[in-house]
Design a protein around this ligand. Structure first.
Ligand code: ACM
Length: 670
């Protein structure tokens, strides 16, 4: 849309929608509001520090985005360009029922944001930021009318800080990203077999012996909670029990079901150590611990885990078996239900409502519990049919490295649902889950973003907003906006590639360009290395690569566009040919870099295949554009090249094979 235009002309009002998530209702007006150095923002009704700070943050972002110096403090004036009318602060402790709605009217003369609460206003400010665009000459905000409210009340992201500790600044920038896409629950997974990450002053050995010195102080936790609240985000802490608790037992072995000494777990998987639900001392400990945590985390909900208890130590312990018989507990699931019930009474005493993984669903679960479904939609349906509120995580596991579109099309309420409207209303929303088995603080951003923005849209926007091509078009724009917040999901790839290439790349003028030709069409592929543990380094190609690189979807679109009329679509043919030639041209430098770096050696077969794929693509478009048939045997030979490239190698996969297959299969045979 960039055309030569004199700066004195009014901006064109072409509205390019890059909003993410899409608002509930949007009507495009005519004309636009120029964005200039005289832009101001003011609150004209209620305001407090939280709102003023949010406006000031937005103004700074607008400045960075446009390069125009503007007044950075919100004013109290009805003549401001953006007038913000808010009725009140919102809830003292943000709940699932917080009013998050807002409306935004933009005309040629000015903009008016209205909301009942700070939280709604903050969502509206994010929308305003996403609306500011350029026609190539000037910045403007399109005339528009938006009435917006979330479809779901619980739009979360879980981050596992147990298996790998994530430093506070990493978590804060994740919160910034969440706020940008209107997510409102940070589920903080704080305890695991591999690490106990929150300071307890009552039980100091929890972190002294169970964290390798990597934990959050209570002060840091309070600061994080405050930072999140400033952005309209609730913090739900998780203390996973009674399984996944090995790190607790290093300092407090008396909590465990088995005798003996414990160590911090270094491996990954489901382990036997489990709390002893039969001793009163366990509940006394948990009462004191939960009470202490309740004073740090103000949210109404506390997550008690409950997942993956294998029952082995309960079955092997005669004392526990005797307890089960005496209490009529027929199996280990019944014993876990007994434990959950006792634990939930403790939560209630401290003013908290429980959330748990779907294993907590059992006949005597308290009515106010929230069930988080990770094993399937069936468990969510079963929960709401029994009258429990639920949130969906099955289908939103970021660690599975699926493309954004796969997450995007998972709806918390399936189209063919047999749930009644009342049961559907019990589905509060969903949570993306970032388990940190194969994730450390360097790569976590690229595992979370931008894919989580697609999940955020699923949870905020109307069900009917589900066009994958349009989602990707907006996702790449949002990805760059997220990077501007300090997230490293784009830059990390280059940094990691330079680290893999080592000194050879420092001295070379093309640097990592040749590596890029390869890595831009690769993505991480499973299965993961079963020999890894929490101490393993991340210096491998698989960890440098983003899970759903733009190449995959963009190449798909380009090829399908070209194949509609290969003889006529010259621009697409030229684009494809240039791409294929770049794959071939990269090979000498790629092989040189690989030869000089032990860390890149595993990529050698991929480098060789890249050139073969380039040749395959070039020949295919050449036959297709000429309309001629390829010689006998050509197609079989090229399909063999593609089959070879399809095999997992270096734990990475090519992103371009399906469309290449379409190209080859479209060539006529002799
Ligand atoms: C889980 O993934 N174990 C909740």
């Amino acid at each position: 849309m960039a055309s030569a235009q004199s700066p004195v002309q009014p901006p064109r009002s072409v509205f390019v929608n890059t909003l993410m998530p899409e608002p509930a209702h949007l009507a495009v007006g005519s004309g636009s509001l120029p964005f200039t150095t005289s832009f101001t923002a003011a609150t004209d009704s209620f305001h407090d520090d939280r709102l003023d700070d949010a406006v000031a943050r937005m103004l700074k972002q607008l400045e960075n985005h446009t390069g125009l110096q503007i007044a950075l403090a919100p004013m109290a004036s009805k003549t401001a360009t953006l007038l913000i009318t808010v009725d009140g602060p919102g809830e003292a402790v943000q709940s699932v029922d917080e009013n998050e709605s807002y409306s935004l009217e933009v005309t040629r003369q000015g903009a008016h944001l209205k909301a009942a609460t700070d939280v709604g206003a903050m969502h509206g400010l994010q929308t305003f930021l996403q609306l500011v665009q350029t026609d190539g000459a000037q910045f403007f905000v399109p005339a528009i009318s938006i009435q917006d409210t979330p479809r779901f009340r619980w739009r979360g992201l879980m981050v596992d800080c147990g298996r790998h500790y994530m430093p506070v600044p990493v978590l804060l920038r994740i919160l910034d990203g969440m706020a940008a896409v209107k997510m409102n629950v940070f589920h903080w997974h704080l305890t695991e077999d591999q690490g106990f990450r929150i300071e307890s002053k009552v039980f100091p050995k929890l972190t002294e012996m169970g964290s390798d010195g990597q934990f959050y102080t209570q002060e840091q936790a309070r600061e994080l909670v405050a930072y999140a609240r400033e952005r309209g985000i609730r913090v739900v802490p998780e203390f996973d029990m009674p399984g996944h608790t090995q790190a607790w037992f290093v300092g407090y072995p008396e909590l465990a079901s088995a005798e003996g000494r414990f160590q911090i777990e270094r491996g990954f998987g489901v382990f036997d150590p489990v709390m002893d639900p039969t001793r009163e001392s366990t509940y006394k400990f948990l009462d004191a611990f939960i009470g202490e945590m309740a004073s740090i985390f103000p949210d109404e909900y506390m997550h008690i885990g409950g997942d993956e208890v294998n029952g082995v130590e309960w079955k092997n312990n005669p004392r526990i078996q005797k307890f089960m018989r005496a209490h009529n507990l027929s199996d280990t699931a019944a014993l876990q239900a007994y434990f959950s019930q006792r634990l939930m009474e403790i939560l209630k005493k401290h003013g908290k409502r429980p959330v748990g993984w779907d294993e907590i669903l059992s006949p005597r679960l308290p009515r106010d519990a929230v069930v988080q479904s990770w094993r399937g939609f069936a468990s969510l349906a079963a929960s709401v049919k029994q009258g429990y509120a639920g949130i969906l995580s099955k289908g939103y596991y970021l660690a599975y490295l699926d493309p954004a579109e796969k997450f995007y099309l998972v709806d918390p309420i399936p189209t063919k649902s047999d749930l009644t409207p009342e049961q559907q209303a019990l589905i509060l929303g969903g949570e993306a889950c970032m388990w940190s088995v194969y994730v450390n603080d360097t790569i976590i951003d690229s595992r979370i973003w931008p894919r989580t923005a697609a999940i955020a849209e699923r949870l905020w926007s109307p069900r009917s907003v589900n066009n994958v091509d349009d989602m990707y078009r907006r996702l790449w724009v949002e990805s760059v906006r997220l990077e501007a917040l300090g997230l490293t999901h784009i830059t990390q790839e280059d940094m990691s590639l330079r680290e893999l290439a080592g000194p050879a790349v420092a001295a070379s003028a093309p640097g990592i360009d040749a590596l890029h030709a390869l890595t831009s069409v690769l993505q991480p592929g499973g299965p993961e290395d079963p020999h890894r543990n929490t101490l393993s380094p991340f210096s491998r190609l698989i960890f440098a690569l983003p899970p759903d690189p733009p190449s995959r979807h963009n190449f798909e679109l380009l090829v399908s566009d070209y194949l509609q009329a290969p003889a006529a679509h010259d621009a697409q043919r030229a684009q494809l040919a240039a791409l294929f030639e770049s794959w071939i041209a990269a090979q000498p430098e790629l092989l040189r870099l690989i030869s000089s770096s032990p860390l890149l050696e595993e990529a050698r077969p991929r480098a060789e295949q890249l050139a073969e794929l380039g040749t395959t693509g070039l020949e295919a478009v050449s036959w297709l554009s000429s309309g001629q048939a390829a010689p006998r045997g050509w197609k079989e030979q090229k399909l063999t090249v593609l089959d070879e490239a399809e095999k997992l190698s270096a734990a990475v996969r090519f992103t371009v094979l399906e469309p290449l297959r379409d190209l080859v299969n479209s060539v006529k045979d002799k």
